[in-house]
Design a protein around this ligand. Sequence first.
Ligand code: S6P
Ligand code: ZN
Length: 187
Amino acid sequence: MSLILEPAVTFINEQLEGKSIDKIDRKIKDLTDIFYDKQAHAAMPADTIVYEVESYFPVKQGTEGGLFYGITYIHPGTVGDEYFMTKGHFHKIRNRAEFYCTLQGEGMLLLMDEEGKTWAEKMYPGSVHYIPGHIAHRTANTGDIILSFSAFWPSDAGHDYATISEHGFSKILVKQNGKPVLMDNDK
Ligand code: S6P
Ligand code: ZN
């Protein structure tokens, strides 16, 4: 067996580097559907970065039996009184699960089942979150610094963004008196 001294991918200085790393960002202009306060959203600079994702895809998307690894960085901020958050999704293959592990910052993991019941788990450095299959997931930064977390999911899971973009989550996470509060989503 040969001795491998350099891993294919490293996570040094808070950055994933190596082959097969995909980097994306989501700006205010890419997130037209998710925030409830459309006026506040329209008033914000379109190029404001809300979150970035670095992902390691060692196998092709859709491969059965493989795994993907990614780090999400959500910037601090709000749109109106709603915290900066990810688009949120179900997995396309609904029964595929996922792990999230918080690296830095503080936030909330919003979870919603297929009947539309929403709940949230607090995220803080070291917190580990198991997201079962059939559960939509979205993360929000409730702190003053970047919220970053690593994610591990099956390479055939895929993403269904359309269901969330059309119906949203049944609850929204807003800042009230400086604290996160989960409220019913009237829309
Ligand atoms: C992938 C995993 C994360 C998210 C990332 C951004 O299954 O859940 O890597 O992709 O947190 O969220 P979203 O909802 O825009 O994909
Ligand atoms: Zn996912």
